[in-house]
Design a protein around this ligand. Structure first.
Ligand code: ATP
Ligand code: MG
Length: 221
């Protein structure tokens, strides 16, 4: 599903590598946690998996697409199979909550009755049924996060990557979100979740990846 071979990445004008010689393979249907201190490189790695950044050196393959020489069109096509929850949410304030969540489906054309129902159901699941006509700039941080999660999963993506998806919600909602990700995974979605929440990590028996100063290791402690 994902394969990185000796991937390094350096931001322009930066002295240090943000990702340092990472080799990683995530099998189809797997679930991994990604942990690491602030500034370790988690978001940079996610941006690379979303092909927003490309490796400075090394090889990257996402869902059978080799990242070097990939066209913009291929990137858009590939992203249709990916759900991503950004740390900063990236919601569109011009659109309502409902429209934001429907976006991965409406990009492909008019929504069917079944797709509209899927948008309603997921918004209900994350407890935002009463906010569907609001615009994101009127929501709390936790509410925005839940909209971002709903948008990432509505499409039942092949690959779901979530950057601190429970960072702004209470414990109960955090459990609900994790349950949702586990259910998707049981239905075949490959999942990668970055989190600082050790308690959350300890409540699940999923393998843990650790990133430290841009270097990745498997860490099961
Ligand atoms: N746009 C950028 N330009 C230059 N350097 C950047 C940029 N974004 C991040 N960095 C640097 O890259 C390194 C990794 O940052 P990254 O955002 O990936 O960390 P993180 O693990 O997601 O941290 P956090 O837990 O705080 O979200 C840091 O040293 C950071 O300062
Ligand atoms: Mg980050």
């Amino acid at each position: 599903m994902i394969k990185l071979e000796n991937v390094s990445f350096r931001y322009p004008k930066s002295e240090q590598k943000a990702l340092d010689n990472i080799t990683l393979e995530l099998e189809k249907g797997s679930f991994h946690f990604l942990c690491g201190a602030s500034g370790a490189g988690k978001t940079t790695l996610f941006k690379m998996l979303y092909l927003e950044l490309l490796p400075t050196t090394g090889k990257l393959n996402i869902i059978n697409n080799q990242a070097d020489n990939i066209s913009r069109k291929q990137i858009s096509e590939l992203r249709r199979h990916m759900g991503i929850v950004f740390q900063d949410f990236r919601l569109l304030n011009k659109l309502t909550v409902w429209e934001n969540v429907a976006l991965p489906l409406s990009i492909l054309g008019e929504l069917s009755a079944q797709q509209k129902q899927a948008v309603n159901d997921i918004l209900d699941w994350v407890g935002l049924k009463h906010k569907i006509n609001e615009h994101p700039n009127k929501l709390s941080g936790g509410e925005k996060q839940r909209v971002a999660i709903a948008r990432a999963v509505v499409n039942r993506p092949k690959l779901l990557i979530a950057d601190e998806p429970t960072g702004n919600v209470d414990i109960e909602m955090g459990k609900r979100i994790m349950h949702l990700l586990c259910e998707l995974n049981k239905h075949g979605t490959t999942v990668l979740v970055a989190t600082h929440d050790q308690e959350l990590i300890n409540s699940f028996n999923y393998p843990r990846l650790k990133i430290d100063d841009g270097k990745l290791s498997i860490n099961n402690v």
